[in-house]
Design a protein around this ligand. Structure first.
Ligand SMILES: Nc1nc2c(c(=O)[nH]1)N[C@H]1C(S)=C(S)[C@@H](COP(=O)(O)O)O[C@H]1N2
Ligand SMILES: [Mo]
Length: 329
């Protein structure tokens, strides 16, 4: 167990030392072969305390989901109070919009969710660029109420709107040689001004094993609480993998690529001792600087126990049969 149960803001060091932009871009090129060794010690930022709540002006305009087909029968939900919309949209991690929890909501106005395209590439029968409004018509939208557990040991319950990642993967026709799927966030400092700071290497990238990506719980969110995602939540398209730590849920996705080898994942590459590629929620494997045994549910007093796979063990544990989850955290 670590000495204290909660990360402190004093642990935040705004200087991630990394091996340089060129090398990073080469790494996220998702080519075959092992990624270059990450040079230098990295001090991490992923540990902000509670933040002040700003007055939020909810943006309107592009990105409406009205007129799209919706599936009514809910497939997955949890019997726990949903975190209020206000909290879900004002207490965020989106370092491209600032590192304080309140920053993304205040600064999201620069992020324009239209026009927006998603580049599909790598090991697919059909590399292409898909317009977000076309993609939105491919699948009926459905609601999924999921727990969300950040690696910083806070959690929420969020009613997402979107479609199963499995459906998208199928539609994108990965080749039989594909074993992973990689995701990339928009790289544009004009829209995501936090990318002018070297707190992390940009663009933010993430990935899943293909069997994880095609698990029925893996989800692509385009909305929450029945309306289109706001910028701070990762508009217009973000990943939600409820049995993993929140940092796997990459926001504002512009590229999806199929690969044969494990793709680079931002936090894992930045600090592999602290953040694994798998990042399955595991109360028995502490973060080196804090315990993962309990969590603070936003809006509640006190702490709750953290559940293996964030309470989704029954559904997903089989994916990891035979794997040493202490070593591959
Ligand atoms: N592009 C990008 N995606 C990201 C992040 C980020 O900084 N940049 N933060 C991650 C982390 S640490 C968490 S906990 C979740 C937070 O999602 P939320 O703000 O919608 O709750 O987004 C994840 N996706
Ligand atoms: Mo997180």
């Amino acid at each position: 167990m670590s000495k204290r149960s909660q990360p402190r803001s004093s642990e935040i060091t705004p200087e991630a030392h990394y091996s340089g932009r060129r090398e990073w871009l080469a790494k996220v090129g998702l080519t075959a072969g092992a990624a270059a060794v990450w040079g230098g010690a990295v001090s991490l930022l992923m540990s902000r305390g509670a933040a002040d709540r700003p007055e939020v002006v909810l943006p309107t305009g592009p990105g409406s989901l009205s007129g799209l087909q919706r599936r009514s029968a809910p497939t997955y939900t949890v019997d726990e109070a949903q975190t209020p919309f206000e909290d879900v949209t004002t207490y965020n991690n989106f370092y491209e919009l600032g590192t304080r929890k309140s920053d993304p909501a205040r600064r999201a106005g620069t992020l324009k969710p239209r026009p927006w395209t998603v580049e599909v590439g790598g090991l697919t029968a059909k590399p292409r660029t898909v317009d977000i409004d076309d993609l939105l018509r491919w699948f009926p939208l459905e609601e999924r109420v999921y727990r969300m557990r950040c690696v910083e040991a806070w959690s929420m319950v969020i009613p997402w709107l979107g479609f199963p990642l499995a459906d998208l993967v199928k539609r994108l026709e990965p080749l039989s040689t594909a074993r992973y799927v990689a995701f990339e966030t928009l790289l544009d400092p004009a829209q995501l001004p936090g990318q002018r700071d070297d707190v992390l290497p940009w663009p933010y990238v993430e990935g899943l094993r293909l069997d994880e990506a095609t698990h029925p719980l893996a989800f692509m969110a385009v909305g929450l609480y029945g309306r289109a995602l706001l910028g701070q939540s990762g508009a217009p398209l973000r990943l939600v993998v409820p049995w993993k730590y929140g940092f796997k849920g990459i926001k504002s996705i512009v590229a999806i690529r199929f690969t044969e080898t494990e793709p680079t994942a931002t936090w894992n590459a930045a600090a592999p001792r602290e953040y694994g590629f798998y990042a399955n929620v595991n109360p028995q494997v502490d973060h080196p600087r804090w315990s993962q045994a309990t969590e603070r549910r936003i809006g509640e007093l006190g702490r709750r126990p953290t559940l293996p796979f964030n309470g989704y063990a029954e559904e997903v544990a089989d994916l990891y049969a035979g794997m040493d989850l202490r070593r591959r955290f």
